[in-house]
Design a binder for this molecule. Structure first.
Ligand code: DQA
Length: 157
């Protein structure tokens, strides 16, 4: 049976330093905390009859393990890989094991308006969609997109 919001949660993954949201460079990342963003995501998923599994780690390998979990038990992934976006082949490889699973990459800030080293993301090579510069609202857009793609066979092409 294809996984959709009706039968599996959306995995929402957050990379390093995002545990400090609200206190960390709020002029760039905003005043919302990660708990605020979790509530926003839960609300967006509930509007489609779904739930979220919302996690944050400062450790690359833990994010890889969680992507493997999503591969088998979730209907899609919304991921803000934070600094690992720009460095992690391991996270890209993990996402590439998730055949047909919708993956949306989210950045709070507009990475293309910032330093050159933030312009490239390994994760974007696998992402079905990329949202940057929309602040916390970008996560809600990510949830919307996973809801639209999950179970349709249109993701991961
Ligand atoms: C970020 C952008 C990254 O370049 C940065 O390393 C982050 C957060 C964002 O959400 O805007 O930690 O992913």
């Amino acid at each position: 049976m294809p996984r959709t919001l009706a039968n599996a949660p959306i995995m929402i993954l957050n990379g390093p330093n995002l545990n400090l949201l609200g206190r960390r460079q709020p002029e760039i990342y905003g005043h919302d905390t990660l708990s605020d963003i979790e509530a926003l995501c839960a609300k967006a998923a509930a509007a489609h009859g779904g739930t979220v599994d919302f996690r944050q780690s400062n450790h690359e390998g833990e994010l890889v393990d969680w992507i493997h979990e999503a591969r088998l038990g979730h209907c899609g992934i919304v991921i803000n890989p934070a600094a690992y976006s720009h460095t992690s082949v391991a996270i890209l490889d993990a996402l590439n094991t998730c055949d047909g699973l919708p993956v949306v990459e989210v950045h709070l800030s507009n990475i293309h308006r910032r330093e050159e080293f933030r312009h490239h993301s390994y994760v974007s090579r696998r992402a079905d969609g990329v949202i940057a510069g929309c602040g916390a609202q970008g996560y809600a857009f990510g949830v919307e997109r996973v809801a639209a793609l999950a179970g349709t066979g249109r993701a991961g092409a």
